[in-house]
Design a protein around this ligand. Structure first.
Ligand code: SF4
Length: 195
């Protein structure tokens, strides 16, 4: 049966005003009832913790999909966990957008590299990026490492590299990154969330 847009609009009007029986005789009550359900009504709830900062707000992720071969689990909604003593169901704007960490269409899946002088970003693989990074880091540290200050005091610090942490790393990652950078002599260590 072909249903034109005009027919569909008529159908909507009929549904709204005639006891949910279409002009073709269908019982539309089940479809109407389904349309009134919340989008999370058939989802599974998973308690989780916002990964963005050390406040550690509790959150509930609603996941659709059975996990079977023919379905793909997907998060349909994330909200603050009202049982959490930390945030009592609230989330800050960043935490409220945390489902984008899992399934934003804008997520990059590989490192991007922009050569000096270029205006274009190029996709590179992780091995290439890590090798490039390690080489640059070593060269910069060697070139800018200061063993003694102008007063002759031993300082053993690297003044040529700054490290800015990300609010999307977990607390444990942030701890390890800070320890690593300090052990390499970096003094300019900061965090994106403070800027
Ligand atoms: S919701 Fe906001 S305040 Fe709470 S942990 Fe996430 S980023 Fe931090």
């Amino acid at each position: 049966m072909d249903i034109s847009r005009r027919d569909l609009l008529k159908l909507s009007a009929i549904v709204g005003g005639s006891g949910l029986v279409s002009k073709w005789g269908f019982d539309l009550k089940p479809a109407y009832a389904a349309s009134q359900q919340l989008k999370i009504s058939n989802a599974k709830e998973f308690k989780t913790v916002c990964p963005y900062c050390a406040v550690g707000c509790g959150a509930i992720a609603y996941v659709h999909g059975s996990g079977g071969l023919n379905t793909v689990n997907s998060i349909t909604h994330i909200e603050g966990d009202p049982d959490s003593p930390v945030n009592g169901g609230t989330l800050c704007p960043k935490g409220a957008a945390q489902m984008q960490l899992a399934q934003s269409p804008r997520l990059e899946e590989s490192p991007l590299y922009r050569p000096a002088g270029s205006s274009e970003w190029e996709k590179v693989d992780w091995d290439w990026a890590m090798n490039w990074f390690a080489r640059k880091f070593k060269d910069s540290r060697d070139a800018t490492f200061v063993e003694k200050d102008t007063e002759g005091r031993t300082v053993n610090r690297c003044e040529g590299i700054g490290w800015v942490g990300s609010a999307t790393v977990a607390n444990e990652d942030a701890y390890l990154i800070t320890k690593t950078m300090r052990s390499l002599g970096l003094v300019y260590v900061d965090h994106q969330a403070r800027i």
